[in-house]
Design a protein around this ligand. Sequence first.
Ligand code: NAD
Length: 492
Amino acid sequence: MDSFDPAAVTVRSGHFIGGEYVDEGARRIEVARPSDGVVYASVPLAEADMIDRAVENAWQALRTSGWRTMPPRERARILRRFADLIAADVDTLGPLEALGSTRPIRDATGWDVPFTAEGIRFYAEFADKIGGDVAATDHDHLGMTIAEPYGVIGAIAPWNFPLVMASWKIAPALAAGNAVVLKPSEMTPFSVLQLAELAIRAGIPAGIFNVVQGDGRTTGDALVRHPKISKITFTGSTRTGAAIMAACAETGTKPVTLELGGKSPQIVFADAPRLDAVARRIAGAISGNAGQVCVAGSRLLVERSLAEPLAERILAAFSELKAGATWTPGTTLSPIISEPQAARIEAIVGRTLAGGAILRCGGRRADGGGTGAFYAPTLLSGVTQQSEAVHEEVFGPVLTMQAFDTEEEALALAQHPDYGLAAGVHTADLGRALRLVRGLEAGTVWVNRYGRTSDFMIPTGGYKRSGIGKDLGRQAYEANLRFKSVLIDLRE
Ligand code: NAD
């Protein structure tokens, strides 16, 4: 799908608790379309009593619905049906996702919706694969570990890929036999409601997958602190992640998975194969979703002799991007999620330029053909490790460029004091690539590519303050289980 009529998209609002919409709450949050800033709907804000209702509902459903105790292959079958319904619903889910987020419709229908479905299918296949282990013991004993679901998992998601980020949380949690209470971002609250409806149609018992709406301070915090939430899985900023971790510690050392921010380097050596392709990759890794991607490749480190030829090609790739509404055909540069976020990008670039950086392109708002906030792809050179755009996560299409002379210098520049989410290395020298793979402090290193493939077995997650634990892969499934140790004395 290449376009749609935003006026023709209908949204249903409310929380989704126990299989039903609950559109109650004294306070409401208005929701605007990023493409043009128009407020198109509102959601209720869940206070502590609504969170309690959702969590109690999930607890009851776990006790009575058989979700936890059914044969795992039956749970897998239901989840596969859920995935099939999502994939088949692309004409509803795609426009719903594109309308409320920064995802152009072509991407929403071509990637976000099918990738969401495939992630659920992937974890369905785990449902009967990991049950525990028998330990090596002396002959008088039998020792084992039994894998058990946690209970009710609280999932908190960001706005940048509303469906995909939510699916990375709910899919392994549900497959492992947990119930979930999901809080989407208050800026993108609607598409996951459609997921919750489809879950019921697929046969997931009412109350096993719930959605609560609201902000972070009241709703998110109440969810994190609820005594019957056994584990929190969160994707969002490092600052919020730290607040959530503190709240988890205060309310009973609750386990957490945290997928947080990044400031990822792309290192290009002069021998990198196919310079045109490298330039397109680098441009794409900072302009996709207008740079509003946790693993955005925001710091270009390039061997000095290649700096100018590469910069020229990146500028050419940037110039081809077309800003526009998510529903307009041919949009390749997404809107910025909100006016305050666009103003923040503008301020960081302004301060970096005032500090001596050289503006190679961009550095201004882009015209998206309407009233939304757009920011032009920006390349800054003449920067140092101290430049604000080099050390702060901008979350916009802003690329900094630094030249290096040696591999050691490249590695030193690549390490960020706080973040360690991802890194890219572009070189024809295998030994050098592997030395950097070992040396880089990052949860993911891509060599001669940048970004995920559809290989779900490869987990994602950060080193340092970019996070704790992993999404995707076997690791994320196991993180939704706890392991009980059993030792039986066979002589009695
Ligand atoms: P955010 O931290 O502002 O909000 C994320 C979610 O947390 C929202 O649902 C919000 O309502 C909620 N929240 C806010 N304060 C809370 C609190 N005190 N308690 C509980 N919940 C609270 O992040 P954002 O602006 O929505 O998303 C952008 C950030 O997410 C960026 O930093 C980006 O790097 C990060 N991100 C990381 C990954 C990853 O896999 N590492 C993926 C996507 C986004």
